[in-house]
Design a protein around this ligand. Structure first.
Ligand SMILES: [Zn+2]
Ligand SMILES: [Zn+2]
Length: 77
């Protein structure tokens, strides 16, 4: 059994996600996203798709990235 690090649920179907050398354990994708998904710096939305990374800062879309820092960036296809 493994315990979800977000909500503490002890669940037999828990799974692990490895990121940047650290292994995280979750009971659901919702909990995984809650803990691991970056947030858009402009609107605060949780980024669960490709999103945008500009100079190490995360944005949900090109609109937010350009609105926040005036950078010209385009959405991932
Ligand atoms: Zn959980
Ligand atoms: Zn945004």
């Amino acid at each position: 059994m493994a315990v979800c690090e977000t909500c503490g649920n002890d669940y037999e179907m828990a799974f692990e996600i490895r990121a940047q050398g650290v292994t995280h354990t979750f009971d659901s994708f919702e909990c995984a996203m809650h803990t691991m998904a970056p947030r858009c710096e402009h609107c605060g939305v949780m980024i669960v798709g490709h999103g945008h990374q500009v100079d190490g800062r995360f944005f949900c879309c090109a609109h937010c990235a350009s609105a926040s820092q005036g950078a010209s960036t385009v959405d991932h296809a």
